[in-house]
Design a protein around this ligand. Structure first.
Ligand SMILES: NC(=O)c1ccc[n+]([C@@H]2O[C@H](COP(=O)([O-])OP(=O)(O)OC[C@H]3O[C@@H](n4cnc5c(N)ncnc54)[C@H](O)[C@@H]3O)[C@@H](O)[C@H]2O)c1
Ligand SMILES: Nc1ncnc2c1ncn2[C@@H]1O[C@H](COP(=O)(O)OP(=O)(O)OP(=O)(O)O)[C@@H](O)[C@H]1O
Length: 529
């Protein structure tokens, strides 16, 4: 175990090691790096070392050096794989941008100034949380326009009667408020560098407002299954949206069947038929409504592998940390949101990618998984400690020896990470949490890292225990020795509508949901005599 922490902690090999590296480098080239590492590790425990036998000691040291060198090769491979995945992502974004431009040119619609910004630019603006705030001017210069963020892709194929949406998505604009003012006169630079003096700009509350530019037309309702409370309110809400708001309603296939089984009136409710339709959801849905608890919000986010439309979460669960709206008042709440403008919280997601040691080349990567709460690597049913090597960008962070590790978003900071001793972080703080689960160490405190880093968790070849990754508490995947998990902030946050604003909603949740810092007040015995 000590071996791999030495590997990571050592910056570069010393002179003798260098000499040996060259010798072993040639033999390593005939084997795959992973096979060689496995062979080296397998050989180490069998190497008989007698204090009197200098040759064997030297040979054993040489083997350790080989193992170190091969580990570096493996790290290089993982870094190359991460880079390949990043290029793939950029390629997909570029493709989406081209499609979007083509559509916009064809239709000659929307705000012409939007054509200047790239999709990547606007997505970056979203994750960096730094944008202009003038709410009266054109969106290209003073906010983020939905043409850039949730742009239409190719016209949707008309598949069946239940998926017959041909309407164009509503466009909207995001603007950043400043202490409630709407004049846009404040400085929005985070840091300015004038005449050689570095100063931070005056703070704004950075509450984000979403204002529709065209009327929303399609609402996607997602419900928690097997809940009588949800079953009672759902048909009522669908009717109201259809009859009073003239809005198309889309639901999951299971729910459409349930609605139709009760009443053929619901024939107008749309759904999708296959995965290709499902992938296009974000191009058609203006608003997502969830009826359930936090798990339903997580479920809703998981249905969108790219951009996510604004989510209005009604509390029909037990805790409801991310579900601020009261279901009894759905008419008023939805009416306000459909009319706009309304405050939103941009909840960052993590993009997680498993890189298999057995993958034949850099391009053979698994589909990335987006999480709203966290990715957890735990020991599964194994009773051994997990042993995980962690890197942040190219720096070694630490080895986790314990029950596991949670890499969490700030939204997830109040979920599993909190239970493992992590701090609660306001969801609008741009950060990634690094929280160990039951570390067998007296000094392993949780970390909070900036949102721009890439984290890599590697299962070493000499790990005794198993490692299992789970994503927002679901989709468990085993990580074999040599496998790695790479996490970075995804460019597609989940915009959730606020009941009041981000901060008020967050504080209300920690007070009401978690009873944070609840204590009997000290009694006052009167002023001292
Ligand atoms: N020891 C723990 O606290 C523990 C263990 C496993 C999973 N979880 C959490 O459960 C989540 C999955 O939730 P689920 O509803 O599908 O499963 P679930 O039904 O088992 O619910 C777990 C609980 O976590 C709460 N929760 C979920 N996200 C939250 C958030 N962002 N802030 C505050 N509380 C939150 C839920 O309201 C629920 O009470 C995972 O992402 C993980 O964070 C927690
Ligand atoms: N549309 C859906 N389809 C399938 N499963 C879902 C769906 N919505 C929610 N779930 C799952 O149902 C489970 C319970 O949902 P949810 O967490 O919303 O309810 P709850 O546990 O009553 O509320 P809370 O999380 O507030 O305690 C979760 O595991 C969630 O992933």
């Amino acid at each position: 175990m000590q071996e791999s922490s030495d590997v990571a902690a050592n910056g570069s090999p010393n002179g003798t090691e260098n000499g040996r590296l060259e010798t072993f480098g040639s033999s390593a080239s005939t084997l795959s790096s992973s096979d060689s590492i496995k062979a080296a590790y397998a050989y180490l425990p069998q190497t008989p070392i007698r204090s009197t036998d200098a040759h064997l000691i030297e040979f054993s040291e040489a083997m350790r050096t080989v193992a170190k060198a091969l580990r570096r090769v493996a790290e290089g491979k993982a870094a190359a794989q991460a880079e390949a995945a990043e290029w793939k992502r950029k390629y997909e974004l570029e493709k989406a941008r081209n499609l979007q431009h083509k559509n916009e040119e064809l239709e000659h619609e929307g705000c012409p100034c939007c054509m200047n910004g790239t999709l990547e630019d606007s997505l970056n603006k979203l994750t960096v949380h730094d944008a202009s705030s003038d709410q009266n001017e054109c969106c290209g210069n003073h906010g983020i326009c939905s043409h850039q963020v949730l742009g239409d892709e190719a016209p949707a194929p008309i598949v069946n009667s239940a998926y017959k949406m041909v309407t164009r998505k509503a466009s909207f604009r995001l603007s950043w408020g400043c202490n409630g003012e709407k004049n846009g006169q404040h400085k929005h630079d985070v840091v300015s560098f004038e005449k050689g003096d570095i100063t931070t700009a005056s703070r704004s509350n950075k509450q984000i407002l979403l204002k529709w530019e065209t009327q929303p037309q399609t609402v996607f309702i997602i419900t928690k299954p097997n809940s009588s409370e949800v079953r009672a309110i759902m048909p009522e809400m669908v009717r109201w949206l259809n009859e009073h708001q003239k809005i198309n309603v889309l639901v999951e296939p299971r729910l459409r069947e349930e609605l139709l089984a009760d009443d053929s009136y619901f024939d107008f409710v749309q759904t999708w038929e296959d995965d290709d339709d499902k992938k296009l959801l974000h191009t058609k849905v203006d608003l997502v409504v969830t009826l359930g608890g936090d798990g339903t919000v997580l479920w809703a986010a998981s249905l969108f592998k790219g951009p996510v439309p604004p989510v209005v979460a009604f509390a029909l669960g037990s805790l409801g940390f991310m579900t601020p709206f009261h279901s009894e008042q759905y008419r008023e709440s939805l009416g306000n949101v459909i009319k706009g403008p309304f405050s939103i919280t941009l909840r960052n997601r993590l993009q997680c990618q498993v890189i298999r040691d057995a993958a034949k080349d850099e391009l053979e990567t698994e589909e990335p998984i987006l999480v709203l709460n966290e990715v957890t690597i735990d020991r599964g049913i194994s009773s051994y400690l997990t042993y995980l090597e962690c890197y942040c960008d190219s720096s070694f962070v630490t080895c986790v020896q314990g029950d596991g590790l949670i890499i969490s978003t700030t939204s997830g900071s109040t979920a599993y990470s909190l239970a493992a001793g992590g701090s609660m972080v306001h969801p609008q703080v741009p950060a990634i949490l690094f929280t160990p689960i039951c570390p067998h160490s007296l000094s392993f405190r949780p970390l909070i890292l900036p949102e721009y880093v890439t984290l890599r968790v590697q299962v070493p070849y000499n790990s005794r225990g198993q490692a299992w990754a789970s994503f927002d508490g679901k989709d468990r995947k085993q990580l074999a020795p040599g496998d790695a998990l790479i996490c970075s902030m995804a460019p597609w946050p989940v915009p959730t509508a606020c009941l009041v604003d981000s901060t008020t909603d967050f504080l209300r949740s920690i007070h009401e949901g978690l009873h944070w810092n609840l204590r009997k007040s000290q009694s006052f015995d009167g002023p001292p005599a």
